[in-house]
Design a protein around this ligand. Structure first.
Ligand code: ITT
Length: 218
């Protein structure tokens, strides 16, 4: 059994599609550290959740990176959804000529075992584009935060990113910013869970995690 640590059932719906393990929602509002990096937040959250769950956990920290705003809201996406709201994020981008954006997620796994932990080796295959500048302003600090203190339990990180455009809200599916995020002509809210998973940031991170998790030599 794998505890998916989140207050967001939409994430769990997407994860159950990908993972063979029985995935259950562990509704634990882990303390999010003040950090500019999804990686640091996810790693810190996974350690805290592992202590609380006393079993294998994954934490998923995601964000919407808007090109015209140099990657904002990025790691602050949850706060922006709660305060500004999704529709007003679209309105704020409306006057901008650049409609580009990306969703990014970092999945952090922790089961207390001493596997080869992040930051080495880390899958940085799709670490390009300016969202990284926003997400990883200070790589050294971030890596230190990910690594944790001397006795920190190892965590392993898996990243996924998907490019798209900010558009006027369309569709009833998905959650969060899905109605204003268009990829290949459709918003994520116009896709089924399966269709979104096939192309999304979370789908990409989950497939990397699934491959690693299924590998007995990890
Ligand atoms: P947990 O932290 O409890 O997992 P959360 O919804 O706050 O739940 P995040 O901090 O990772 O999760 O999400 C940041 C924001 O981005 C939040 O407003 C989400 O609704 C939104 N979000 C995350 N993944 C998304 C996705 O796949 N599609 C649309 N919006 C998403």
């Amino acid at each position: 059994m794998l505890n998916f640590v989140t207050t967001n059932p939409g994430k769990v719906r997407e994860a159950t599609d990908y993972l063979d393990d029985e995935v259950v929602q562990f509704d634990f509002d882990y303390p999010e550290i003040q950090a500019d990096s999804l990686r640091a937040v996810a790693a810190h959250g996974a350690r805290a959740a592992y202590r609380a769950a006393d079993g294998p956990v994954i934490v998923d920290d995601a964000g919407l990176f808007v090109d015209a705003f140099d990657g904002f809201p990025g790691p602050y996406s949850s706060y922006v959804e709660d305060t500004v709201g999704v529709e007003r994020v679209w309105r704020m981008t409306e006057p901008e000529p650049d409609r580009g954006a990306a969703f990014k997620t970092v999945i952090a796994y922790c089961d207390g075992a001493d596997f080869a932990a992040t930051p080495e080796p880390v899958d940085r295959e799709d670490r390009r584009g300016q969202d990284l500048a926003a997400d990883d302003r200070d790589a050294a600090t971030t890596d230190a935060q990910v690594r944790g203190g001397e006795d920190a339990v190892p965590v392993k990180l898996f990243e996924g990113r998907v490019p798209g455009e900010i558009v006027a809200p369309r569709g009833d599916g998905g959650f969060g910013f899905d109605p204003i995020f268009e990829h290949d002509g459709r918003t994520f809210a116009e896709m089924s869970t399966e269709e979104k998973n096939a192309v999304s940031h979370r789908g990409r991170a989950l497939s990397k995690f699934a491959a690693w998790h299924a590998d007995a030599d990890r």
